[in-house]
Design a binder for this molecule. Structure first.
Ligand SMILES: [Zn+2]
Length: 166
């Protein structure tokens, strides 16, 4: 995020927030239950150096997972051992590349399609465009036959894998 809006593009701020997920859903997204862990701030994005900034947090999370910490449970009125786990991260796609070392640029940038990522290279701008997203739609979805808005082509491929519910 840029705290100065469009006034300064020479600054990069990456807030790291922790959300306690074993609270009821109507509470876990409230500001007072979020932990503002750190702010990575500077003239440039941290890029792959983000692991250096995150290492103290990862160290703490690892300790809380392995050893846990004694806390007082106000409901049961007794002390218990609390452990934590990192459930998931929410970030933009470039940061996903920094955090996971996954390649998020080039011809095979889609983490779902991988080698089957469909792309075209723009002739003049040399930019890579990712295409054929309609193959994720249901087999008889009307957009699959709709030529006019999709480069004059229909989509016949279906790669939708139904979720099992587990
Ligand atoms: Zn894809």
């Amino acid at each position: 995020m840029n705290p100065y809006g469009n006034l300064s593009t020479q600054h990069s701020s990456w807030p790291i927030l922790l959300v306690i997920y074993n609270l009821p859903p109507w509470l876990c997204m409230k500001r007072k239950y979020m932990i503002f862990s750190m702010m990575i701030s500077g003239p440039r994005q941290p890029g792959n150096d983000i692991d250096v900034y995150l290492s103290p947090l990862i160290e703490d999370l690892r300790k809380l997972w392995d050893e846990g910490v004694l806390v007082f449970d106000g409901f049961c009125k007794e002390t218990c051992e609390m452990h934590v786990m990192l459930f998931c991260t929410i970030n933009d796609f470039p940061a996903y590349g920094n955090l996971s070392s996954y390649n998020v640029k080039g011809h095979h940038a889609c983490p779902i399609c991988e080698e089957d990522t469909s792309y075209i290279q723009l002739k003049h701008g040399r930019k890579t465009m990712y295409t054929r997203h309609r193959h994720f739609l249901k087999p008889h979805h009307p957009y699959k036959r709709f030529k006019k808005a999709f480069n004059g082509s229909q989509e016949h491929k279906t790669t939708l894998i139904p979720l099992t519910g587990e």
